[in-house]
Every structure is written in structure tokens, then in C-alpha cells.
Design a binder for this molecule. Structure first.
Ligand code: F6R
Length: 363
């Protein structure tokens, strides 16, 4: 049942404020403490984290790497499962291995988990299906409470993965004594406001539809982001190619001048994900390099960012202002809706894109 929407993907995008709110409340006590099942993880005994996943779930891991390193000060390595499993990396003592998977059945991710079994200190998974193989074979499985996801392109599972990973990071940081109770309480109160902020972002649907209409005639699209927005740029590019079949690539903004800027001309739209944070000015200077080469910029930012930098852009999309650490979850919305409306404009099969399966249980 598509609940009045044209596609499951649209329904699942719209469900995000509700399911994110549920995920948050499952992990918070009335007193605002973060609770993990089964006694959780002793983060004071963890020296490093290895995170492994495929596709969109691997971008959730990449985002969590920025959070774990900046907020909890734990070094993190991220890899896609198909590479990790055959690389057979050494796993040092006191390594926590984390596997992220919506289905919990992805063959490469499961094989990577089995490789870590007996080597890592503990195996944690972040899954949507609690009875899945990955959940069963983990020491601790954290459900994301997204509900059934039907659309092949992952949407609400991604933002719920990010939400649960952020709670895990905050817990780790507090347990390790690098985030005091007052700062933790501030982050948690911001997090409780996230569903309503996501709602506000969803209300910008018309802006995203009109930008997407312009994207639908492009042959190639670039996505740029810096810091924690880089994985979101990757997610935006993946969503666009998988459902609209438009070639899209994402780069860390600072990498542009090391090669990809050669692609930019007046035919190439460039989507720039840039909330007004500490890295904003750097990203904007990369964006201006694109505009100097006649690239058509779609700038996604908040009101402050747009008033500072939207002069001369092709399209601008306004996101509400949020605490820095929440920006990756919020900016998933424009990444999803740009791809969705582009696919609808092109008339592709949004929920069942060609050549793709929802759950990849073979290698
Ligand atoms: C993209 C997408 C895929 C999955 C990947 C992992 O929209 O859905 O990239 O994220 O196949 O699947 P799970 O999370 O089930 O392991």
C-alpha cells in the first residue's frame, strides 16, 4: 500500500520524520539517557573501529566516521564489504567491528562479518531486520526501526541508520569522558527536534521538483560536499544514477581541482551540499571555481548560506538551520528528492530500477 503516494519511494521519504522519531525514542530513556540493548558496548575498551557495509549503508558508515572521530575521538576505518572481505586486513586488539545493513542479508557484508568473528573484540550490527543473518551473527544488533522498506533505492533506512549511529557515537563519547553530560544533553535535545526539522525540509518539495526538472535533461551531474557532507554527496550521486540512470559522480570539494574540474562546462549541473558550517567558505570557493567554468550550480544550504553565496547560481534549495552534527541526516532529504523527482520527470521505474534487486544475497 503506497498510502496515497505515487511510489513506495515517495511514501518512504515522507515517513522519515515519524520513523526517525521512533528510532530516537527507542534508544532514549525518559531521563534522556542513551540505552543500548544487552548492556551495550564498553567503549572505554575500544581503541579503534572498523565499519563495513555496501552501497548506501557504506555512506552511513562514512558519515559515522566523521562523527566518531570528531565527537568520540575514536579512529575509524570504513570499507565496502566486497573489498574488505578479500583484503583480509589485520584486525588489531581492541577493535570494534561494525556492520550496517538494511536487509541484514547482504552476502558481502555477512562474509565480512564472518571474517571478523573471533578477531575483533566485538561485532556490532546496525540492521533493519532483527531476525536477519547479520543480526543473528552479531554480539549486539541495533535495530533502526525504519519499518519495511519496499523501494529498491534506500531512503528511510539510510536516515534511520544515521540516527542510530549518531546515538551510538554520543554514547561512546560520553562513556569515554570526552563529551560531558551537559554537552550530551544539548545534542540529545537537538536530536529530539530532528523529526520536525525533517518535516520542514520535506515542505521544500516544490523547490526540489523544479531543480530536478532541470536536472532531468543532463547527461552528467556532479555532487560536491566537504567533511561530513562528502558522504552525502556520494549518496546523492548514487540515488540519482540508480533511479534516473543519469551519470553522476561525487567528489570531496577539495578534490575538484585535482582532476574532475576538467569535466565542468555549461552542460554539467553541479549539486553543492553546503550548510553554513566551519567548512562553508572552503566549499563556496570550490563552487565559484565551478561557476567560473560556466558549470550550473544547484546550491543546497540554509538561509544564511544562501544569502551569502547564492548569487549567480542556477538553482538554490533552502534547508532549515540545524546543529552541525545533524546536517548529514537533514541533507539526505534533498539528495533523495532530487533523485526522485528527476526519475519521475524522466519516467523511469522509480521503485524497481532496472538491473537492481532490493536485497543482494549473492556476491
Ligand atoms: C542504494 C541501495 C543499496 C544498498 C546496498 C546494501 O539505494 O539501496 O546501495 O544500500 O545494497 O544493502 P543492505 O543495507 O541491505 O545491506
Amino acid at each position: 500500500d503506497k498510502g496515497g503516494h505515487k511510489h513506495f519511494m515517495a511514501k518512504e521519504i515522507a515517513e522519515q520524520p515519524g520513523v526517525i522519531g521512533q528510532a530516537i525514542s527507542h534508544y532514549l530513556s525518559d531521563r534522556g539517557e542513551i540505552m543500548l540493548p544487552d548492556g551495550g558496548i564498553d567503549f572505554t575498551k575500544v581503541d579503534r573501529i572498523t565499519m563495513v557495509a555496501c552501497g548506501t549503508a557504506s555512506y552511513a558508515c562514512m558519515t559515522a566516521k566523521y562523527w566518531f572521530e570528531q565527537i568520540a575521538r575514536i579512529p575509524v576505518e570504513v570499507d565496502v564489504a566486497s573489498e574488505f572481505r578479500y583484503r583480509e586486513p589485520p584486525i588489531p586488539d581492541r577493535t570494534l567491528a561494525v556492520f550496517v545493513s538494511q536487509s541484514g542479508e547482504t552476502a558481502d557484508t555477512l562474509a565480512a562479518l564472518r571474517y571478523c568473528d573471533g578477531k575483533a573484540q566485538s561485532i556490532l550490527s546496525v540492521i533493519n531486520v532483527p531476525e536477519s543473518s547479520i543480526a543473528r551473527e552479531s554480539d549486539l544488533a541495533l535495530p533502526i526501526y525504519a519499518g519495511v522498506e519496499v523501494g529498491v533505492a534506500s531512503t528511510k533506512a539510510f536516515t534511520c541508520q544515521l540516527t542510530v549511529l549518531l546515538l551510538l557515537v554520543l554514547k561512546a563519547a560520553n562513556d569515554r569522558g570526552v563529551l560531558d553530560d551537559a554537552a550530551l544533553a544539548d545534542h540529545i535535545s537537538a536530536l529530539r527536534g530532528l523529526p520536525s526539522v525533517i518535516n520542514t525540509a520535506l515542505e521544500q518539495n516544490d523547490m526540489m521538483r523544479s531543480a530536478a526538472y532541470k536536472l532531468s535533461s543532463a547527461r552528467d551531474v556532479l555532487f560536491l560536499g566537504r567533511g561530513q557532507m562528502f558522504p552525502l554527496a556520494l549518496e546523492g550521486a548514487l540515488k540519482l544514477k540508480e533511479i534516473s540512470y543519469i551519470h553522476a559522480e561525487a567528489y570531496a570539494s577539495g578534490e575538484l581541482k585535482h582532476g574532475p574540474i576538467a569535466l565542468v562546462d555549461e552542460e554539467v549541473p553541479v549539486v553543492v551540499l553546503a550548510p553554513k558550517d566551519a567548512l562553508f567558505d572552503k566549499t563556496v570557493s570550490n563552487m565559484q571555481e565551478v561557476m567560473a567554468r560556466k558549470g550550473k550550480v544547484i546550491l543546497v544550504s540554509d538561509a544564511d548560506g544562501l544569502s551569502e553565496a547564492s548569487h549567480g547560481v542556477w538553482e538554490s534549495i533552502e534547508m532549515p538551520k540545524v546543529a552541525d552534527i545533524l546536517a548529514p541526516i537533514l541533507y539526505a532529504i534533498p539528495a533523495q528528492l532530487l533523485a526522485y523527482h528527476t526519475a519521475v520527470a524522466k519516467g523511469t521505474d522509480v521503485d524497481q530500477p532496472r538491473n537492481l534487486a532490493k536485497s543482494v544475497t549473492v556476491e
